[in-house]
Design a binder for this molecule. Structure first.
Ligand code: SF4
Length: 231
């Protein structure tokens, strides 16, 4: 159950980003799955650059299942590790062999695929299948814990807490609101707290203000008098 502060923070985020949507380009659950796998430790912009070239050439499990890692890697090398190409090939083969060439729409099945973890599975479930889900990426983890929508030191606990704090009907949208806020205002190194509409309800900001007030009060206190040496 959300507190009054958490509800206010969510209301403001919703108002700030009413049109928040996925930044990755895709036209099928499989394209989204591949793009999300490529997006690990890479920007969505770079992934789109790669997939805009790749998907017109191959965009089904059956096609990728025929490729080798070395054949795919040149198309995706700007997105990082060669292992991503290997995982996409193995994931495609598993879809062909065990799922009739279709991306499953259940978490338990998705996380069995090579290279697919909870975050990727949640992105696919919410954006390709319309299943309410909260994918906790680096932005969602940082921003939700700063604001106080969650209070956890790992992504799994953060996801569980957000699912309790946020109404289920808003899970998928809230994921996008929080990502947008992380990208535009609440960056990792320099959060723009002075320009942030959520500041009055943000635990991180309120704690910083309190600490600054305490430090200010301490510097105004008269210095303690030194005890005179006894003669
Ligand atoms: S007040 Fe600062 S820390 Fe809190 S959400 Fe806004 S930018 Fe992030």
């Amino acid at each position: 159950m959300a507190t009054k502060q958490q509800k206010e923070a969510l209301r403001i985020l919703k108002e700030l980003y009413p049109d928040a949507k996925p930044a990755l380009h895709f036209s099928s659950p499989f394209e989204l799955l591949v793009a999300t796998m490529l997006a690990a430790q890479c920007t969505d912009k770079m992934v789109n650059k790669c997939t805009d070239v790749l998907f017109p050439i191959a965009n089904t499990p059956g096609q990728f299942a025929q490729w080798t890692e070395d054949e795919l890697f040149p198309y995706v090398k700007s997105c990082g590790f060669k292992s991503k190409a290997g995982n996409i090939i193995r994931m495609s083969r598993m879809l062909c062999e065990q799922y009739g060439g279709q991306v499953p729409d259940r978490m338990e099945e998705l996380v069995k695929l090579p290279g697919v973890g909870r975050k990727t599975a949640n992105v696919v479930l919410s954006n390709a299948f319309g299943v309410p889900a909260i994918a906790v990426d680096t932005h969602v983890f940082r921003v939700s814990n700063r604001i106080g929508l969650a209070d956890a030191d790992d992504v799994v606990k953060t996801e569980e807490q957000l699912m309790r704090t946020i109404p289920k009907k808003d899970w998928s949208d809230a994921h996008h609101w929080i990502i947008y806020h992380g990208r535009q205002v609440c960056s990792s190194q320099r959060p723009k707290c002075d320009a942030c509409a959520v500041a009055p309800y943000c635990r991180y900001h309120l704690a910083a203000v309190k600490a600054a007030e305490k430090a200010g009060a301490d510097t105004k206190k008269p210095a303690p008098r030194r005890k005179k040496k006894e003669e």
